[in-house]
Design a protein around this ligand. Structure first.
Ligand SMILES: Nc1nc2c(ncn2[C@@H]2O[C@H](COP(=O)(O)OP(=O)(O)OP(=O)(O)O)[C@@H](O)[C@H]2O)c(=O)[nH]1
Ligand SMILES: [Mg+2]
Ligand SMILES: [Zn+2]
Length: 347
């Protein structure tokens, strides 16, 4: 495998090059986004690259970019190539701002610790966000050494994570690592996502066989202290690529389509509702509520679905409002330009 292919480069990206104009530019993958600079891997060679102001904020960890190599050895970013997938969340403070956490990720590994028992509602929310990203989901249940019955926990999780691989790990003791290597595979990009203190960096270090990242201490209440500060793409000895970063307090949904995909069981039941726009609230002939009464669908899972579906709808409405406002603004500029036109011509 070429050194670029080992980083995940392939026809999807190389076909985007505008040849011959861009033939002299070097493809590179973003390892770390340092704001005004990027740490890049140009295929076995790490280098920091400067960002022209027009490209500030344009690239995220995992992006494929084209850069120009200057004679003094420096690199300058020229273009960010189109993404195959992006894991995004709502930027804090901005109601409709998208923040890309990682780009071109094949597999998002949701990390949930077993010391306090898996939080199924939190997982459902994260799974919906992953489904919207274009990446496949997986669940890593960490700190299995602190759990009396990890197999039972894994079964509970598998029931809400249909179609996702669920692995049990005790990284400190080195248990379950081989399955993670196999799940990621050579040339595949995976990203660890989970709250602070769940053991993401401990797992990364165990997979890499060293002390790549600092490991945090836990607060008295068992919560993490945000030990990892920069999100970074790492290579694994097995040939996989893995993103580790600061813990996420919560993954706010960015795109709503993920909710239906993450709740295929609810969507399947809804096909049997009397009204095809049934909200599974007070309507007669609701097959979803009937399933809760029958015991085939957990009441907590329906509550979780309804909450996320409402959130996704509110977000979609905000996006629409922002789009309409932008349209009105363009309309006003056009109107003004048209009004000014005859006057200018008359002069
Ligand atoms: N018992 C046990 N403890 C673990 C295991 N994995 C991690 N820990 C402990 O959990 C704490 C937090 O681990 P980190 O790996 O720093 O957690 P993190 O998810 O990277 O946290 P942030 O970087 O803050 O997002 C440390 O005290 C680890 O020693 C495990 O498999 N078993
Ligand atoms: Mg960490
Ligand atoms: Zn219904």
């Amino acid at each position: 495998m070429s050194s670029l292919a080992a980083l995940g480069y392939g026809p999807f990206f190389s076909s985007q090059l505008d040849l011959p104009a861009e033939a002299g530019l070097a493809p590179a993958r973003v390892l770390v986004d340092l704001g005004v600079r990027l740490l890049l891997d140009l295929g076995g060679e790490e280098r920091t690259a400067m960002l022209p102001t027009s490209l500030h904020g344009a690239a995220a960890v995992g992006d494929w970019v084209l850069c120009e190599r200057l004679e003094d050895g420096a690199a300058v970013l020229r273009r960010v190539l189109g993404r195959r997938s992006a894991l995004s969340r709502q930027a804090a403070g901005a109601p409709t701002g998208e923040q890309v956490l990682a780009a071109n990720v094949d597999l998002v590994l949701l990390v949930e610790p077993l010391d306090a028992g898996p939080n199924l509602r939190r997982l459902e929310r994260m799974l919906a966000a992953v489904r919207a990203s274009g990446a496949a989901p997986g669940v890593l249940l960490t700190k299995a050494d602190l759990c009396a019955d990890p197999a039972a926990a894994a079964r509970q999780v598998a029931a809400v994570a249909e179609g996702a691989a669920v692995l049990v790990i005790a990284a400190k003791a080195g248990l379950g690592l081989e399955a993670v290597h196999q799940l990621i595979g050579p040339g595949t990009t995976a990203a660890l996502m989970g709250q602070s203190g769940v053991g993401k960096s401990t797992l990364l270090n165990a997979l890499r066989g060293g002390e790549s990242e600092a490991i945090g201490a836990l607060d008295g209440d068992g919560r993490g202290r945000h030990t990892t500060t920069w999100r970074r793409l790492w290579t694994l000895p097995s040939g996989g690529l893995l993103v580790d970063g600061p813990g996420l307090r919560e993954l706010q949904l960015w795109a709503g389509e993920g909710v239906t995909a993450a709740f295929a069981d609810v969507a399947g039941l809804a096909a049997g509702c009397r009204f095809n726009d049934c909200t599974h609230g007070e309507e007669p002939g609701c097959a979803v509520r009937r399933a809760v009464v029958d015991g085939t669908l957990a009441a907590e899972r329906l509550a979780s679905y309804l909450k996320l579906a409402r959130e996704a709808a509110a977000l979609a409405a905000r996006h629409d409002a922002a789009a309409r406002q932008a349209e009105r603004r363009t309309g006003r500029i056009m109107e003004r330009a048209l009004r000014d036109l005859p006057r200018k011509r008359g002069r």
